[in-house]
Write a protein that binds this ligand. Sequence first.
Ligand code: ZN
Length: 360
Amino acid sequence: MYAFSFSSFRLSNFDFQTAVDIISLRLGSPNRIEAPNTQPHKLVLCNSRKLLEFRASLKEMLNFDRRSILRILLGATAAQTARASTTVLRVGGASIEVSLDPQGFDLPQEALLDWVKSAALAVTGYYGRFPVPKAGVRIISAERKGISGGRSFGNHGAQCRISVGHSTTVADLKEDWMLTHEMVHFGFPSVPERNHWIEEGTATYVEPIARARVGIMSITRAWFEMVRDMPQGLPAAGDKGLDQTHTWGRTYWGGALFCLLADVGTRKRTANGKGFEDAMRAINRAGGTIDVDWPVERAFEIGDKATGGKTLMELYEKMRSAPVMVDLPDLWKQLGVERRDGMVVFDDHAPLAAIHKSII
Ligand SMILES: [Zn+2]
């Protein structure tokens, strides 16, 4: 029996299926493929031969989209996939190489490049510059409408891939959050799997703030969605803290909740002089990018030093192995951000109103 663990690849269901397809086509159907419903996905294969030598090339192939892989495996020339058109955008001091799938899109190329540029500008605003000097964005054309399947990698520099459906419209691109989310990942180091929540948490928390600050998304909507979605990050029964509870809610929104608490805590401590973005910028400037592996404590210590306190490390100590309940309705009330009748209203007289205005 062989086990593949793709902890550094974080296989989505889509990618997991891709991996299964590749293995079945290349090696012949193994006797058994187990797909336990856990994150990260682990492939367990029984009685397959040649598996060890295949392992490295499988990892490489997962960088391509599924249809390209199937084309290669089914005999079409590999060159077909290499004909993707490539454009280099310069944003926030960085070169971003955008490659478009040769399959084509209904949208003009300019619309897709504008979309990449807006996401890059949003992330540049938050980090103070684009968080890596060089990045690659691969846009894959997909059957399904809209934007899907965003994923970032740091094994060959900062790269992400994202799928855009043939019939996607400019309006869909304007609504998209996913590409900004992926680019936020570029600016934070890769940490051990148990701390994966901080990678997804920073991306989940920063993305709407970054987009609202540059006007791609309205401030009201950004807060509305944050108030609506943040409860998904609260611990449920049996929770063992962020480092030991790897559910979707705790990874994305539990991580985002950590960032929100760190942001509010830092701003309270510094009379609103510093915020979470100062920590994120410092971590990034110290070399914390997706293509390096760091212990999470190193990132938090650098972030804390930049804001002159211990907010991140103290929160981490508190939340890493215990289910910390947070009174979110009370926090929103103090911030002066209240959900009412399907929207959000701001109370400028709330005790922490200045803090919500500084965040977005
Ligand atoms: Zn993510």
